[in-house]
Every structure is written in C-alpha cells, then in structure tokens.
Design a protein around this ligand. Structure first.
Ligand SMILES: Nc1ncnc2c1ncn2[C@@H]1O[C@H](COP(=O)(O)OP(=O)(O)OP(=O)(O)O)[C@@H](O)[C@H]1O
Length: 721
C-alpha cells in the first residue's frame, strides 16, 4: 500500500500598481532543499511566522519556472494512467488565474500542460492515444458546463456511482486534435466563465473552474487501455467583503465562494484528524475534488499569495491551509483496463492484482511507502483510502471531468459521460485477470463449494453471470427510479405552470367579460372624471360607469341618490317635497305625485312621505280633491335652512327633465314639508334668512315663481335687508 501526500507550492505575486507593500513577506530558497516563507504577524510585526514548504516562488519567479519545476513531472504521472489534480488556492487577487491561465505573453499552467500533453502524445509510438477536454465551473454551488452555450447551460448534477465514484453527469467531453484546437476552444469557453469586477480585482473569478484533460492510451498488442487525467482547478478566491466593496450580487457570489472554501478547509481538517466522516458532501466543490483530497489522485496545491499589507491576514490563512493540506494523504491508482475477453468479471473485481506504475512515474513523484514495502501504487481494494471516501471493493478512480472509467478502445468521440452502469461494467472489465483457482481462493468459498468450483468452471460462470445480471438489474432499477422521479418532478412543474396559466387566463377572461358587459361610457358628466382618474380601482370604475349610464338614461334621481352623501340626499328630497307641495296646493296632483315620488328616491325610509304619496295616489285614482295638512309653526334652524335652500337650487338645476310644469315650479314652495315629513323642526321667520343665501338672480327666479303671498313676502323682506 503506497500513499502520496499532496505537494504544496507557494507563489508570491509581484506588487501591483497602487498597492502598498512593506516587503514584510520573505522567501528563503535553498537549491534542491526545502524553502521557507516568513510572514510577519499583522497585529504584532515583531512576531514572524515561518512556513517551510518544498516549493516557494518569490515575486520574480516566472510561469515557466513553476511549470518546469512542479507541473511538468506530473505529465508523466498522467500518462501512466493516474489522475492528477493541480489546484490554485488563495485570496482574491493573489494571482490564481494568472498562474493557471496566464496571458498570451506569459502562458500559465493550463496552456503549458496542454502543450506538454501533446508533446508526450507524439512521443508514444506503440499506443493509440486520444486526448479529450472538459471544462466546468462551480458557480454559487451549482455546476455548469463551460463548453456549451452559457445561456442554455443547465445545472449539472453531481452523482456517485455504486462504487463511490463521484462524477458530473452530462458534462461535455470534446476530443482534442491539436494545441491550436484547444486554444480556440479554451478561449471561447473562458468567456463563459463567471467573472466580475470588485474593488480588489477588475476581473475577479466568481466561480471555481475545473478543466480536465483526459488521455486514453490503447495498446492493442498488449490489449490494455490506460486512462490518465489531469484536473486543473482555478479556485475562486476567498473574499473579505469589507475590502471588495461587493454589491448584493457580488455578496451572494462571495458568500457561496467563502462557504465552499470553508468546507474545503473542513475537509482537509477532518482528513488530518482521521475523522470517520469527511464533509465532502457539504459543498459541490469538495464533492468534485473528493478524489483529489484523500482519494486516489496525485495532488499539487499552488498557494497564491498577495504582497499587499491589506492581504497579510489572508496570506497567513492561506499558508495555514497549505500546512494543513500537506499532511493529506492520497492513494493513487492506475486506471487500466484489460481488453482481453474475460470470463469472470465480477469475481476478478473483488481483488485484482496491483498494476505497477511506469518507472518514469516512480522517479518523478515522491510516493511515500507507509506500511507496505511495496513501492508501487495499487488498484487493490484493500489499498483504497483507509479514511475519507467510502471504501469500495474496486479501486477508486477520479470522478472529475471527463468520465469515471477509461473509455473503450476506439470509442467514438465526442462522447457523453458513461452511465454508472457502463462505468461499473467497464470497471469490472478492468479486473478480469485471475484464474478460477485464484478467484476461489480469494473469495474464500467453503470447502464443499471449493470442491465444486474446482471441478465446475461452468458453475462459476453461471454465478458470475447471475451476479452480473443482478448488478445490471439493480442499476437499471435505480436509473428507472431516477428517470421516474425526474419525470414526476417535470410533470409537477408542468402542472403548476398550467394551473398558473389557467388562472391567469380565467382572470383575463373575467376582466374582459366585465369590460364587455360594462356599457361603453357615453360622454356624460362622469366620463371626464373617469378619464382623469385612470387609477381608480375596478369596482369604483364599474360603479361610476353604471351611474354614467343611468345618468344618460335620464335616471338622474336614482343616480344622484346613489352618489350623494346622506345629508345631501335628505336636502335634495326636502327640495322635491317643497315643489310637490306647491303643486298639490295648486291642485296639480299628478305633477305633485311625481315630485313626491322623486323625493322618495332621496329619502326612501320616510314614513310620512310614503303616507303623502299614498294619499295623493288615492286622490288621483278616485278623482278626489287633496287637502294638504296644515303647516306647523316651527323654530327656525338657520343652518339647515341654508343647506336646504342650496339643495333646492340643485333640484332646480336638475329640473330640465321634469317637463314644463315642473320647471315653472322649480324653486317654489316652502321647505317645511320635508322637515315636517321628517319630523324635524324648522320653518318660520328664519326661513327668509336662509333664502338670503341664494344669489340675487337665483333669488329673483325663486321669488317670481313663489305662489303664496306669504312666501313671496318673506323673500322680499330678505331682499330688502
Ligand atoms: N505573477 C504575476 N505577475 C504579474 N502579475 C500578476 C501575477 N499574479 C497576478 N498578477 C496580476 O494580479 C492581478 C490579480 O490576479 P488574478 O486575477 O490572477 O487573481 P486571482 O487570484 O485569480 O483573483 P480572483 O480570485 O479574484 O479571481 C491581475 O491583474 C494579474 O495580472
């Protein structure tokens, strides 16, 4: 069993324009030996923290230096069929993207790795080598494919198959034919990445980006396929929102970035502590990097540091993370598939022989033997990580990027992710190299079965087939369940959308039919009001429209009775009663009856008025004379009288629809009647003072129309005053 500790490199970027640097961070490099970074305590500069690391790069270091010293050796590891993960870590603006991506003038790790991969490919003669790329970002804890149109890119699910391999489902993997092809693809895909400006970085990465290059080497002579992968991870930087000056959108991104980085720290801590549960599942980032942290890949962590004083605390945090991470042990495995037809796939998978790493690999990466003297990496199940990822019967392989298991030789490209069933099957095929006897020994069958198996290859085959069928059945069941669940969720969504649509349509129909049933407003008195107040609510608008219609139909009394306040209704009713009384005194009973009825529309609950209407109706019907009851002497009520007079004026104005008889009598009569009807006090000498409030010309009209001498004289007295 061999383990491999994650290698740590630290890089201090140069001071940027307008950046304050007290040159407090110093890097001591001893050629061939360990280096050390010294950082003063920001709270007490007399105190200095030292961080011994194997690789340290100061501000003058170049992209080439880093690549040649720490990254290039990993290319051999990839070509030996192992998964490698390189990730850049550090506070925002510390130079992670510069290190990984670089610029045209100073290409970073990614373009250099691609170039080196193609060079290596060209040097391999015996095998058929294929390269493929996938590129994704984790933005606000969701995974997106950067090789597809960003607008239509769906969130990709992160899944785990039955043997504990984590993979991103439906991630695009494109074949690569040349460096130039990669450049075009990569520059286009990088535009899809979520980048935004903050106070600390004009082009700050708002997501974690994972670029995966997968190499598939098929040796047809040896009937073997090796699959190596390199994951190049540009993490988003941890952020101090006080410094970044983030707006709400940036804050939300920042929260997601900081949370995922915090989970990364927790995972590293748990691995160092040998915890039974590693919180990989607490964020998509750690879930996807699971294989690189305590898993089966070889890891390189590049810690980027910023020299500014304002970053001092973050620099210390980054280096603390580096120190903790360098204790994390991985157990790399070679992803090899035997292409020969194998009789016993599943039994072989239980305990396959350990494939050996290529000698070049053994030289280039320091693989530390822990408890075994065997210096090679192994695919033995027992050689799997003792902590961290869940133990499985088959060795773990990287789940990041372009697929979980080596692809079949000559598989058509571009291709989609292998399904978990296919992955398992492929995985099973990888380990079909043991003889029947070896299998039986490893499985440890009881003696009677051993005997049987020894003499019966046929029985073994049957069992193998049965197991295979069962595995396939279960996987199919699981996929069916997932499909059903997805269909159900989709159906629910559609139903919900349909219901919402129906509700909206019903509401629209209602509004439409309401507006159709409502008469179109004729240009009456209320139309200008409606036009002016377009913000009226529907109900009030409908009400006003109704009144408008009534008004146009000549139904003025009803309309006004509806519109007026109770006090005004009473006053208008009183005015009609006065007119009616004048008519009845004159003996014009039919007109009087009409006017009393109109008065009733304003004061419908007045019992005496009702009685008067009935009396007159009776007189009209039977052709009898109607003798009005004598007026009672009452105390004057100035205010009431004034209002009543105004109401009388209103009634007069409205008299246009009452016929000539009615018009000639407008303004006539005493106001007493209505007061009488309502049982109120009023009338008397003071009524003159009420009339005095009427405008002069109005007064004249009223005085002329008054028939009774007493009333006329009252008005005249008022005029003289
Ligand atoms: N080694 C370097 N040499 C010259 N300039 C550098 C170097 N490292 C970083 N820079 C510059 O510093 C700035 C910030 O770098 P970069 O964008 O790579 O930071 P980052 O860590 O990726 O930030 P974020 O997490 O916000 O995305 C850039 O303008 C970059 O060009």
């Amino acid at each position: 069993m061999a383990s491999h500790k994650i290698k740590i490199a630290a890089r201090l970027r140069p001071r940027l324009e307008n950046e304050l640097d007290d040159e407090g961070i110093t890097i001591a490099r001893s050629p061939g030996g360990p280096s050390c970074i010294s950082v003063p305590n920001p709270r007490d500069t007399s105190q200095v923290f030292n961080f011994p690391l194997t690789s340290c790069y100061d501000q003058s270091s170049t992209q080439e230096e880093i690549f040649e010293q720490d990254v290039r050796p990993l290319i051999d590891v990839v070509y030996s069929g192992v998964t490698v993960t390189v990730f850049a870590y550090g506070v925002t603006s510390s130079g992670k993207t510069h290190t990984m991506q670089g610029t045209k003038a100073e290409p970073g790790v990614i373009p250099r790795v691609v170039e080196a991969m193609f060079l290596q490919k060209a040097s391999l003669e015996r095998s058929s080598v294929e390269l493929a790329v996938s590129y994704m970002e984790i933005y606000k804890d969701e995974v997106y494919d950067l090789l597809v149109n960003r607008e239509t890119a769906p969130k990709l699910p992160v899944r785990e198959n039955d043997v504990g391999q984590v993979f991103v489902a439906n991630l695009t993997s494109l074949p690569l034919a040349s460096v130039e092809e990669f450049d075009i693809l990569y520059s286009r895909a990088s535009l899809h990445r979520s980048v935004g400006a903050t106070n600390l970085n004009r082009a700050s990465s708002r997501s974690h980006a994972v670029l995966t290059l997968e190499v598939t080497m098929t040796d047809s002579a040896a009937q073997k396929t090796l699959t190596g992968k390199i994951n190049l991870v540009d993490l988003a930087g941890s952020e101090n929102n006080k410094l970044t000056g983030n707006d709400p959108t940036r804050m939300a991104e920042s929260a997601a970035i900081n949370k995922s980085l915090s989970v990364l720290g927790q995972v590293v801590h748990a691995l160092n502590q040998g915890a039974s549960r590693i919180p990989y599942r607490n964020s998509k980032l750690t879930r996807i990097l699971q294989d690189a942290l305590g898993g089966s890949s070889v890891g390189l962590l590049i810690c980027n540091l910023a020299p500014g004083i304002k970053f001092r605390q973050d620099t210390l945090n980054t280096l603390n993370f580096a120190v903790r991470t360098k204790n994390v042990e991985n157990r790399p495995v070679v992803n090899e598939r035997d292409n020969r037809p194998q009789p016993k796939a599943h039994f072989a998978a239980i305990q396959p022989p350990p494939p050996k790493l290529a000698p070049a690999v053994l030289q280039s990466i320091p693989i530390h033997a822990s408890s075994s003297s065997n210096p090679t990496t192994t695919t033995n199940a027992a050689a799997g990580p003792s902590r961290g990822p869940r133990p499985s019967r088959v060795p773990r392989v990287s789940g990041i990027g372009a697929g979980l298991a080596p692809p079949l030789a000559g598989a058509a490209r571009p291709r989609s992710r292998p399904s978990s069933a296919a992955a398992i099957q492929e995985k099973s095929e990888t380990r079909m190299q043991l003889t029947d006897q070896e299998i039986d020994e490893r499985v440890g069958f009881p003696p009677q079965y051993e005997l049987l198996s020894r003499h019966s290859t046929h029985a073994n085959l049957q069992i193998a087939r049965a197991v295979e069928a069962e595995v396939a059945r279960r996987l199919k069941e699981r996929e069916d369940r997932e499909r059903e669940e997805q269909a159900r969720q989709q159906q629910e969504k559609e139903n919900l959308a349909l219901k919402e649509k129906q509700a909206i349509e019903a509401e629209n129909e209602k509004t439409q039919s309401r507006s159709q049933s409502e008469p179109r407003l004729p240009p009456g008195v209320l139309t200008p009001l409606l036009t002016r107040h377009r913000d009226l609510d529907d109900e009030l608008r409908a009400r006003l429209a109704e009144l408008e219609e009534k008004f146009e139909r000549g139904n003025k009394e009803l309309q006004l009775a509806d519109v007026l306040s109770p006090a005004s209704r009473k006053k208008t009713g009183r005015a009609y009663v006065a007119l009616a009384r004048a008519h009845s005194e004159k003996g014009d009973l039919q007109v009087a009856l009409d006017l009393y009825r109109k008065a009733e529309t304003y004061v419908p609950d007045n019992v005496k008025l009702r009685e008067r209407v009935l009396e007159i109706e009776w007189s009209v019907k039977h052709g009898k004379e109607f003798v009005p009851s004598p007026k009672k002497a009452r105390k004057a009520r100035g205010k009431k009288r004034k209002v009543a007079t105004l109401a009388l004026g209103r009634a007069r104005e409205e008299g246009t629809s009452m016929g000539s008889a009615g018009q000639s009598l407008m303004g006539q009569g005493s106001l007493d009647d209505v007061e009488e009807e309502e049982g109120e006090s009023g009338h008397g000498e003071a009524s003159g003072s009420a009339l005095g409030n009427i405008k002069e010309e109005e007064y004249e009209g009223v005085a002329m129309a008054l028939e009774t001498p007493a009333k006329r004289s009252r008005c005249e007295i008022k005029m003289e005053q």
